[in-house]
Design a protein around this ligand. Sequence first.
Ligand code: GLA
Length: 376
Amino acid sequence: MKRIVLFSLIVIIGSISLNSCRQSSKNKEMVKKENFGVFKGKDVFLFTLTNKNGNVVKLTSFGARITWIEVPDRSGRKENITFGYDTFEGMINGDPYFGSVVGRYANRIAKGKFTLDGTEYTLPVNDGDNTLHGGPEGWHSVVWDAEIPENADVPTVRFTYQSPDMEAGFPGNMNVEATYTWTDNNEIVIDYKCVTDKKTVLNITNHAYFNLHGAGNRDILDHEVTINADRFVPVDSGLIPTGELRPVAGTPFDFTSPRNVGERINEDYDQLVIGGGYDHTFVLDSDREYDARVFDPVSGRVLEVLSDQPGVQFYSGNFLDSSQKGHGGKPYIHRSGLCLETGHYPDSPNHPDFPSTTLNPGETFTSQTVYRFSVE
Ligand code: GLA
């Protein structure tokens, strides 16, 4: 009897460890890691994640960037639909934000100044008088540590970075984590986690550009966009919020039902003129199935964006001017990519009535953004 019990125990333990071994090696099989380059003496890696459908996402530890998303159109033809570069050289000499994690403060802080508990902090400015996307040395331009978690059962890569106190002018040592999961439902799930040891501000996002025709092929003006927002955040000529939250009803900013990007983009409407197109945060409704949806009638590809953040910056690629040449040397022409950057409103540290971007020691900031791809 004793022997039988012992034997069954060995079998059970054996099969458990075999299973966990299979699982641990599974993520390693689904995620290929290669050297991509070296930056300031630190190795940069490229990760290729392949899900059950054979669809591929590529990430790099430089800026914790997404650099390739290959998904099928309605006839099954696969193509990369995000902006990026084939080589590390191309990446460091190219546009700093394609696919990057942006921090510590995505979008703008007016005049590079904010005050916490009576202390004024000054950041380097890099966009006229203002600080954009964490300044010139933001999280998009550093090498993150990377790990392929053993227990994941779909392709997953976790990037971590220790941002020192006063880095790029921001107070507090901050530990940041961005974990990317590429699910078998063709969703990129990004989980962010941040902690600080001093009171500070934080607005983290991902700055991927999308063109559902295939990146580098043509503009995105025919993409049909829906944004679940009744209000948006008007800006001044420096793209700094004026403080107003304006209803979208009756304006070219009404995307509560699907509208082509190009349909109203050239209208003589104050905010379109100021932004050179759409470059605005939309105030997300609290009860929403998704934040935004993009449909390309030609390929049938659909992108849905889901998050737990109070806003999404809809940027219609107004600063693209063909000088940025990405994968395959293809020029990214004016308005050939759009961004849906989930997060807080720009310049919130200087707008006490906006949702707070303050992070205190002892608190853990967590947030999730999902980019879900399908066809229709
Ligand atoms: C964001 C900003 C834009 C622009 C791009 C990067 O979307 O709101 O104004 O700076 O990033 O070029």
